[in-house]
Design a protein around this ligand. Sequence first.
Ligand SMILES: Nc1nc2c(ncn2[C@@H]2O[C@H](COP(=O)(O)OP(=O)(O)OP(=O)(O)O)[C@@H](O)[C@H]2O)c(=O)[nH]1
Length: 755
Amino acid sequence: MSEQSQNQYHHLIDDQCQLIPGLTNFIRQSGLGQSHNSYNIVSIIGSQNSGKSTLLNRVFGTNFQMLSGSSRTQTTKGIWVSRDKEQNILILDVEGSNSRQRGKAEKGSEFYERSTALFALAFSQILIINCNSLNLGHESEYSIIKIIMEMNIRLFRSDQVKQMLIIIRDFNDEVDNFKEVTESIRNEIYGIWGEIQKPPEFANVQPEQIFKIDFFTSSHFQYQRQKFESDMVQLRDRFINPGNPFNLFKGYNYNTNIPIEALEDLATTLWDTIQKNEDLNLPNQKLQASQVRCLKIKDQAIDLINQDLQKLKQDAESNYLTNFNERAQNIVTRSLHHYDTESQYYVEKIKLEMRKVLNDELKTALYPIFNQQITSLQQNIKNELKNNLDALDSRNTSFIKYMDDLSFIRQQIKQVILQGLHQSLPFNEYKVDWEITKIDSQLSKVLEEIINNAREIQFVKYINSQEKTIKNSIDNLISNCFDTLDLEFWTTIRSGFNQILKENETRIRDQISQFFDHSRVDKEMNNIIHQSHQFLQDDIQKKIRELSYYLLKRFKRTFLKDEKGLTRKWKELEEPVIQQLFLDSRKSIEDILQEFTRFKVSPPQSHQFSARMSNMFSSEIVGRAQMNDEVRQAKQSLDFSSEDFSVLLDTSQINKIKQQFIDESEEEYNQVLRQRNTSFNTNVPKWMWVVLVFFMYDDVLRWMANPLLLYPIILLGSFIGLCVATGYQSIPKVLFQQIFGQLTTLLGPLLLKIK
Ligand SMILES: Nc1nc2c(ncn2[C@@H]2O[C@H](COP(=O)(O)OP(=O)(O)OP(=O)(O)O)[C@@H](O)[C@H]2O)c(=O)[nH]1
């Protein structure tokens, strides 16, 4: 065949029983690619050199090679495909039967003839059986029809009645009666139908239920050439003119056609099945071809978006993508759109099944990228939380403001999670498979953990600072009580401590109950109260180590000072009075010391808790019998008796401190006595003062000339004058007495020694 004519044909099956790929290409190149399922297929079978190619070329405008001159060699080998010059009709020219050249083929000529004829019957809508009027009635002419009928029983699940057009060539209507001839052939065929072995279910089936047989006669090719050509034109009209009452495609259901681009798959499947000599089931074969095609279209639809998918993957690996859903949607939509467009003419069921497969594959391909996106989202959330918390920490705000800001941040991040999930979910239908609810709760869990952690840290800081405040107040209370030791020591401590707790508890409760639940607040308050009680114990224990110092200090204040706090004038007091004063003071201190045998502050309850308990005790509703364990315990703690107080100082420690105090207080007493009995200025004779003034006066005048002495004296004089003028003359008097008294104490003994 020349190169030019090669383009108008496709050699579908060669003479070695091989199906040659390229039918789809041929369909495209011959301009049938867009005909979808509105096309027809016409095949021709018949004896070798019976003028098949000649007929096809005349009727369909094809250019099949014809035998020229007197050569009787075979021109058509295997099956060749061409198309009608105008219409969407594919034409199959099948190698002639009774081929002498095929005798040596591998599986034999009979197998080959049967296979190609069966293929032509199964593949096409109209099978032309080319007969010569001269051969009619010959066994060889009917053998092919017999074979087709037999084989067609195996095609009984065909989707349409098979249409056969028997063309009787070289028909001479002057000699032969068309009606008689065709009736005779029809009877012959029905006779064959009766002869062939059929499965039981075909026993009562009439051949016309399976075959539609039409006849056409053509005039003698050589002797009635003009008429022959006119017959060919008429025959063409039956194929192409829908208005022709003998139109051969009338009533054909094009929906049973698979799309033309799947024909190659169908041809391959059919030929394989025929070659394996398996049962044919045309609708199934068509479904199979549809399946193969839909699978290919599905693969194309994946290939189409593969590059974008890879790009999305790369981008998602390096960053969180705010437009992930849009990009994923675009990928899926584009892929499905391609699939829908390309598969629209295929069997609905198969089309939908494969669409689901495509959808699943797209979802599966997107899932790891989605996972990456969620990992980035989680990281983003953590980073954003960290930045927000760092900023909040750096603002150094109050506890309440911090907690308010924290809950604002929590709300904000919740929004970020919602938005992130929205941005990462391309379709709502993916929600379940991609476990969005689970991811949402995981991300929320991460958020809650970080927020709770920050809350707890801030809470601990707050509690610590509050405990510090309480501790300072307790420190002050204890210091004051030790500075002013008296028999009311424990009462003062208890009421002071109670007051501190009450004030702080109200404040702390108010603040923390805005952010923590009732039981947590109660628990923390009890801890604070317990801790405060511990502070109190520790503070008192610490001070107790210096108890001797505080007792002596207290003793001095009672013994050395009068009720107004002024230093006693010992010289004005008689010794027995002083002794009595000493003994009284000592006794009171010894009494105070006895107070330190036990720690007399019971572990307190939360004020609000106690108040609740008290209310409950006073309530008549709660009878003793109804009192539950909690109430009973609380009541016991309120009834704390002195027996329960812990030991502070044992008897030996008390005795030791007492002894030390007695020694030190006696030393003080003796010193007072010495002071009383030692009078420097009264023991000095008056004449001695006169002599002293006589020898000193000129020196005094000389000292006065020195400004370092004169100015302090003037300043001192002015100060005394100012105090007198403003009515505070007692100030210089007291100062003078103090200074003079000290000087006398220091210098008196020295001067006495000199004397
Ligand atoms: N008597 C007669 N001869 C014809 C007719 N049509 C064609 N021929 C001749 O028959 C010979 C074979 O024609 P082809 O058209 O090549 O026959 P064919 O059946 O395609 O041949 P193969 O493909 O080799 O089987 C040629 O010499 C034609 O001129 C016809 O209607 N009657």
